[in-house]
Design a protein around this ligand. Sequence first.
Ligand code: SF4
Ligand code: SF4
Length: 373
Amino acid sequence: MTKVVVTKADAYDEQVVESAMLELLNELGGISEFIKPNDKVLIKPNMLEGVDQELMVTTHPSLVRALIRQVQKVGGIPFVGDSPGVSSTLKAAEKCGILQVCQQEGAELLSFNEKVDVFYPEGTTVKKFSLAKAYSQADKVISLAKMKTHSFMGVTGGVKNLFGLIVGTDKAQFHLRMKKRSHFAGMLVDLAQAVKPILYIVDGIVGMEGNGPRNGTPKKAGVLLGGRNGFAVDLVMSEIMGCRGEVMPVAAQALLLGLSPRIKEIEIVGSGKDIRCEFANPRNLETLDNWLPAPIIDFFQNQLTAKPRIKDQCIACGRCAAHCPPEAIQMVSNKAVIDYKKCIRCYCCQELCPADAVELKNGLLLRLLKKNR
Ligand code: SF4
Ligand code: SF4
C-alpha cells in the first residue's frame, strides 16, 4: 500500500518544525533511505513570488532549513532553487526568507536561468521538457511544496510545485499549448514522471484558501505531510483541505494512467492523520469537476469556467499584460483591459496580480447550471 505521512505541526517554531520533519522522515524509513553521502540534492520549494512569508504564498523558510539540515546530517549536499512566476530567484528568495536560510545553513541557492533538455519518451502529453539546468546537476530532487488552492488546477501541492523547474516565460508557452485543463494536467503528470523526485513534502502548517495560489487567505491546517508518491501525497492533501481530490485535474489524469492509488488505497499514518479542514474554493470559482465529466468541461471550457475581470483596484502595474500567454491583455488609460476573444482562462493574470485586482466571474451558462444542479 502507498504510504503518506501526516504529522501534526501547529507553528513554524524551529523546534516544532524540526520534530515534525523528523517524524515524517522516520515514518518513511529515515532520511538515509533517500539520501546517501555526497548525493547532490535539489530542494525545490514553492517560491511563486518574493512576498512576505506571512502571506503564505511560498513554502515557509523554516521547512527549508529543517530539510537542509536533514540532508546534511547524512552527508548529502543540498542546494535550493526555483523559477518564480515574476522576478528573479534571488529577489524572491530574499523577500520570502529562503535566501537567509540558505546562507545560514550553507546551502547554495541556484537561479534557474539556464536550461537543459530532458526527454521523457513515455509521456502521454509531453515527451520533452526544457528544465532548469540545476536539475541535471542534481542526483536527487525533493519537492517541498505549499498547500494551496489554485484557480486553474483546483489545488496545488507537490506535483504542481514542479512546474517551477520550467524556466521563466517558458511557463506561458505551456499555457498556450495546453489550454484545456485536462491537457495542462496531463503535462504536469508527465513532468512529475520525468523529474521523479525521491520525496514530496507539503507545508500545510498554514496553507492558503480562496483566491490561491497568490491572492488567497492564510488558512491553518497544522500539518506537514509527505511520501514517495506525489500523486498520493496530493490526494491526501486535498482530503485534508476538504476537497474531493480524485476529481481534481492532475489527480484525475494520474488515476487514468494508473500512476496514483485511489484515496482509499493509501495508508495514511502519523500524528496528524485524522486532521481535516474546510478550505474555501478560489473566489467565484466553484469547481464543476464533482459533477460534470471532464470531456464536457474541456469542450465548453470557456462557457463553463469563470471569466477573469479587472476590478477598480487595478494599480496599472502591467504585470498581467506582460505575463498573459495569448497576449489578451492591453493597458488602456491606466487600466488592464482583457480581450475575451483571446482569453484562454488560464488565470495567470489572477495568479500574479500584486493588487488582487483580478476577480473570477461565473458566466451565464455556469450560473444556470449551478442553479439547476
Ligand atoms: S490587474 Fe493587477 S497585474 Fe494587471 S495591471 Fe492591474 S494591478 Fe497589475
Ligand atoms: S486574460 Fe488572464 S485568464 Fe485570460 S488568457 Fe490572459 S492571463 Fe489567462
